[in-house]
Design a protein around this ligand. Sequence first.
Ligand code: PFF
Length: 475
Amino acid sequence: MFRGKNIFHIAILTYLIFNLYKLNFCSIIRQVKYQSKTDKSLDNKRPTWTSRYSFILAAIGSAVGLGNIWRFPYVMGQNGGAVFLLAYVLFIVTICFIPLMTEILVGKKTKKDCVGAFELAKPELKYLGMLNPITAIIVPSFYFVIGGWIINYTYKSFIGFQNDNPIQYFSAFTQAPVITVASTLLFLFICIFFLARGVKKGIEFINNVMMPLLAIILVILVIASINLPNAYLGLEYIFKPDFSKVSGHMLLSALGQAFFTLSVGMGSLLTYGSYIKSDKNIVKSAYTIIFSSTTFSILAGMMIFPAVFSFGLEPDSGAGLVFVTLPKVFMQIPHGNIVACAFFILLFCAAITSGISMLEVPCATLVDRLKISRLKAGVILFCIIALITIPATLSFGLLKDFKLFDKTIFDLLDFTASNILLPLNTLFVCLIGGWFLKIRGELIFKNKFLISVFNIGLRYVVPIFLIGLFIIGLR
Ligand code: PFF
């Protein structure tokens, strides 16, 4: 009996080992075949931007989004106004510049999607690379909820806010399941539609149309806002720092906001960077992206706060600033409907171009890894994101009492992405870029001092800083 059992075990073990061997052997052969195929043919087939400006515009389109126009003003309102702006700008030009540059350089150097780029550094690192497309599925799952709200508010501003009470309207609307889910899915569909059309016909096209439109609308709205009575109070709030408001929490919020608005930490810039032709220098592009994103944030503040102060409303009303406080302003100014329409179209353009840049990360991974068309990748992504975004949309209504770790699904997705995944991805891209792929300051600067600052920053300062931040952020 005992011997019989042993023979049985040995037989199973032999069978398992044989199968594992076969599996491993086959997968090695498949990998070798795949590798040579990727290296030879895929790089030639890889799409590229039409010009340097197409890349810059697309990267600005990615950077300027809800983070600048919806989130920045309200986080600034909650963190004391001008001091927050000062910290935000300071972080952007110091700490954030290095990961931003590194992401683009890693993409440009490897000409691969995030997983492929990390795999090229060391095969096992591809698992870390996968965290980027995963993050770029989680973030749209809550970001697109706001996208859906914007679609609805754009429609609402067309037909007029009439005498609706903005607070009641906002709370009733966000709790209505059918309309919110339908708008979120419509927003997702529009992003996927342009994504599936490809880098030139889809991403370049939409950025070429929407980014200038966005800049024009924003400038017009800023001019209108700063001409309101008592608008100077709002400008003072943005530009006159009150240093008594400096706190650890404020600094952390400013840093998180800086990373988010620059689109660092999700692989979007890496993926966009992989479509840059090799001979292009990207330093000027990086400066332009940083400058534009910061300018858009400041302009968003200059559009919102003078109007808010002019009508004696609260600047620190939180996430509802754009959906509750501003409609109050629109209802009181002449031609308020037209202004409201322009404002929500502006928000829509900003959200779409950023949304597309997020989805490009998993799309490129699916296309590169599975060798499927962008259309198929788009359909797969639509289904996956729809599954996650529907419960996130419902967390303001039907599922508002459903909590995991004491958070609604929307808040949990936001927390996991912003506090864990984005800093982790940024850390990994710096470590892998700096230590494995040998990204060096020499690739971008001529000045020796700048080269040393970049090299030390990339390999030591930023990673240590991010680890510290990560630990603080988790507590
Ligand atoms: N920068 C975008 C915004 O401010 O709304 C959000 C974003 C887009 C973050 C793409 C990350 C990303 F990869």
